[in-house]
Write a protein that binds this ligand. Structure first.
Ligand SMILES: *Cc1c(COP(=O)(O)O)cnc(C)c1O
Length: 421
């Protein structure tokens, strides 16, 4: 019986990646943490490493930089490159994902003069849209931004996007894995269509990196950015990564031209000449303390192997969906993520008209941490390095209890909470 606890335990016993869980700090063994897609757990190695880094600051003062740390943004970028199918010298770490979007959107539009259309979809993350709007305003509203609608709020509108890729298309930007529904774009397919039309593509890989295998070079990607605090376990607000295909780098300008992106920066000359290669996208001093924890997270994923991580992620999301079908669907829960694993990332969204209140009850009564995304998505994030099959089984059983005992009824509805929270 697939719904029994012993079946979950059996799956855990057979799991080749099970040993990685021990390498994370887990202070509450009863807590079922299903939000690793929003903020990953703390690796034990990171804890020791950070204490040591702080000591180095105290002891070495400005000489802190003269050790390995000065090149941290580039060195970590090269490490990250191995995880996302990029080459050395194509990735750097720094700033937030939002700021990196700004840099690449402006840089791309500058070399696409004469082309008016910017394309994205309504499944994209809000920052991406806000930033496009502001850039367009600053550039004199010369562009038209097409926000293509998903047919079902879940699935990427691939054909409609392709129909807009013609000689007037400047820039296409999409989330590789969609933050609400977990839909996965076929990056190679989209890149090929854009390339044929002469449009540039910027991928937001925040929900993909560390959860699905990414092959930036192999899929023909132009540019990409993404978060390192989700499936990479880099810590709250850890800086993002930025990727630019090698042969595109020299053509692009960094709109936040800071001294760290200038050739021979210690000349402190007042004239700006960008560094060669990807380092032209540096702006200011690297936030060394925020970047350093990205290392252990990426190392663990490289050690586990992204194909193995993906295999476990698919098995676990399938298992969760089977439990949803058997246990939760009868209570009115819908599946708000693609049923076919090929089109799904590593989180599963389930919907319910009482989703907001059920989510409150999961957190407050049942010691489960999912998260909620309007209108009705309860997102259940699976991070294969530390999520167990028993976690998934127990989460579904606790959700069943919430429904049987109507525990959610004591919470206010979302509409009355709006404006307060
Ligand atoms: C989490 C997330 C972001 C967040 O960007 P920040 O600048 O780090 O806040 C952006 N895009 C997507 C798709 C995300 O999932």
């Amino acid at each position: 019986m697939k719904t029994t606890v012993s079946h979950a335990q059996e799956l855990d016993a057979q799991d080749p990646l099970a040993k990685f869980r021990d390498r994370f700090v887990i202070t509450d063994p009863d807590l079922i943490y299903l939000d690793g897609n929003s903020l990953g757990r703390l690796p034990k190695e990171t804890k020791a490493m950070m204490a040591d880094l702080i000591d180095q600051w105290g002891d070495r003062l400005i000489r802190f930089w003269s050790q390995d740390h000065f090149n941290i943004a580039k060195d970590l970028g090269d490490k990250m490159a191995k995880l996302i199918g990029a080459s050395e010298g194509e990735v750097i770490i720094g700033e937030s994902t939002s700021v990196n979007m700004y840099k690449l959107f402006v840089a791309a539009l500058e070399i696409q003069k004469g082309r008016k259309r910017i394309i994205t979809d309504d499944l994209n993350f809000p920052s991406d849209i806000y930033i496009l709007d502001e850039i367009n305003r600053m550039m004199g509203n010369k562009h038209e931004i097409e926000i293509v609608k998903s047919p079902d709020s879940q699935t990427g509108p691939v054909d409609q996007i392709k129909a807009l890729l013609d000689e007037d298309a400047a820039l296409l930007t999409l989330s590789g894995t969609v933050f609400k529904s977990s839909y996965n774009y076929d990056m190679a397919d989209i890149n090929a269509a854009a390339r044929e039309a002469g449009a540039l593509v910027v991928w937001d890989l925040s929900h993909s990196v560390g959860s699905v295998p990414i092959d930036l070079n192999g899929s023909g990607a132009d540019m990409a950015i993404g978060c390192s605090y989700k499936y990479l376990n880099g810590g709250p607000g850890a800086p993002a990564f930025l990727y630019v295909r090698k042969d595109l780098q020299e053509k692009l300008r960094n709109p936040i031209a800071g001294w760290h992106g200038r050739k021979n920066q210690f000349d402190f000359g007042l004239d700006y000449h960008p560094k060669d290669g990807i380092e032209r996208f540096f702006s200011g001093t690297p936030d060394a303390f925020s970047m350093a924890p990205i290392g252990p997270g990426v190392d663990m994923l490289l050690e586990a192997g992204m194909d193995n991580v993906r295999a476990k992620s698919v098995a676990q999301t399938e298992y969760l969906i089977e439990l949803w079908e058997a246990v939760l669907q009868p209570y009115g829960f819908t599946l708000n993520s693609p049923r076919d694993a090929k089109w799904r990332g590593s989180h599963v969204s389930v919907g319910h008209p009482e989703g907001w209140r059920i989510n409150q009850s999961m957190i407050n009564d049942m010691n489960i941490i999912p998260d909620f995304r309007a209108p009705d998505n309860i997102r259940l994030g699976i991070a294969p390095l530390y999520t167990t099959y028993s976690d998934i089984h127990e989460a579904v059983m606790r959700m069943k209890k919430i429904m049987d005992d109507k525990l959610y009824e004591k919470y206010t509805t979302q509409s009355s909470a709006t404006g307060v929270t």
